[in-house]
Design a protein around this ligand. Structure first.
Ligand code: TXA
Ligand code: MG
Length: 344
């Protein structure tokens, strides 16, 4: 890896260099290196899922505990059978209808799958990401790419190549620049490894519960207890440096008054001109995000930006608990260090 490992190289995607970018990314993967891979949810820190040393580097770079499993990214639903077995009808249906997309399926693993990838569990998380560049890399590579979000453990996930660079710098061999992520929140994780009747959502995410229910023809419940190790389910995860308070919109004024002596960052939902609207009053910053199109997409970037602008306290208003709002509430509560009642 010599030259590429010494310095992170940022590849700009354009129509002309698309093939070069894909070829370089695949070369790094084959050589056991790490790439930052753009997906529609967040950027992943990817390695060849069948190379134990390469997978080990992911844990070292992220500072992630070794028993936390990684999602394996594949190019097509057909490749599920290379990694998983005893795949249920519901799992097939979800994969066929929702991949490529922000859905991770937890399935019974095949025996050859590395313990480093599964954290020693009997299951494996699989996903086909809906990003043209990620799919091109996965197709050309041919194998699976193990990839957690490309942030340091416990911090806010990166939704742009700049976020990856500022979090991981030269620890990653190649940052594949696929622009800003369109969804902006991690995938929904559904555990279908215990049979269709016991399917549960382990982590709400980019596919809302309504869409899952439509495909499954019944609601899939959100998991109640933390039997399976899912680091994103720890309290105080997805966290900015500032202290964060997640409040219902009607409690906003009270929260602002309570923390009025801090350098405040305030995130609210409301109409915008198609981009986050920033205003400053004294030391306080207020950001308005369109609830339909921008809240999820810009949330992580806004949290980072508020940190950079020196905010010591962030107050974010909670959206309605439907569609992507379910995942937004989950992440805001975890960033606030208080896991939602529904998952504990
Ligand atoms: O959208 C996403 O899911 C992004 C992109 C890069 O694909 N990835 C991501 O990875 O968020 P990570 O590692 O930050 O979060 C993946 C979650 C972790 O909480 C992990 O514990 C869980 O998936 N997970 C992976 N394999 C699992 C398994 N076999 N059983 C239960 N949970 C699993
Ligand atoms: Mg993560």
């Amino acid at each position: 890896m010599g030259a590429t490992r010494a310095r992170a190289v940022r590849w700009l995607l354009s129509a002309d260099d698309h093939d070069t970018v894909v070829a370089r990314a695949v070369a790094v993967l084959r050589a056991g290196g790490l790439i930052a891979l753009p997906t529609e949810t967040v950027y992943g820190l990817g390695a060849d899922a069948s190379n134990a040393a390469a997978v080990g580097r992911i844990f070292a770079v992220k500072g992630r505990p070794a028993d936390h499993p990684l999602i394996v990214h594949i190019a097509h639903a057909d490749a599920m059978d290379d990694w998983a077995q005893a795949i249920s009808p519901l799992a097939r249906k979800l994969a066929t209808q929702l991949w490529p997309g922000p859905l991770t399926l937890v399935l019974e693993r095949r025996p050859h799958v590395l313990d480093a990838v599964t954290g020693g569990q009997a299951t494996i998380g699989l996903r086909v990401p809906a990003h043209p560049l990620a799919l091109a890399v996965l197709r050309e590579f041919g194998g699976g790419v193990a990839a957690p979000s490309a942030n340091r453990f416990g911090r806010v996930s990166p939704t742009s190549p700049e976020h990856v660079r500022s979090d991981l710098g030269d620890a990653v061999d190649l940052i594949v620049d696929g622009g800003p992520c369109t969804i902006g929140l991690e995938s929904t994780i559904v555990d279908v490894s215990r049979g269709d009747d016991d399917a549960v959502i382990l982590r709400p995410g980019g596919i809302g519960p309504e869409v899952l229910a439509e495909v499954a023809r019944r609601p899939i419940p959100l998991r109640e207890s933390a039997e399976v190790r899912v680091p994103g389910q720890l309290a105080s995860h997805y966290a900015p440096r500032a202290r964060l308070f997640a409040v219902d919109p009607e409690d906003l004024d009270q929260a602002v008054a309570t923390h009025g002596s801090e350098a405040l960052g305030i995130i609210v939902a409301g109409p915008t001109n198609g981009a986050p609207q920033w205003t400053q009053r004294g030391r306080a910053w207020k950001v308005v995000l369109d609830p339909e199109h921008e809240f999820a997409r810009h949330l992580y970037a806004v949290l980072r930006e508020l940190d950079e602008r020196g905010c010591t306290v962030i107050i974010a208003t909670l959206p309605a608990a439907r569609e992507l709002g379910v995942a937004i509430i989950d992440r805001l509560r975890r960033a606030a260090g208080s896991p939602p009642a529904s998952s504990h």
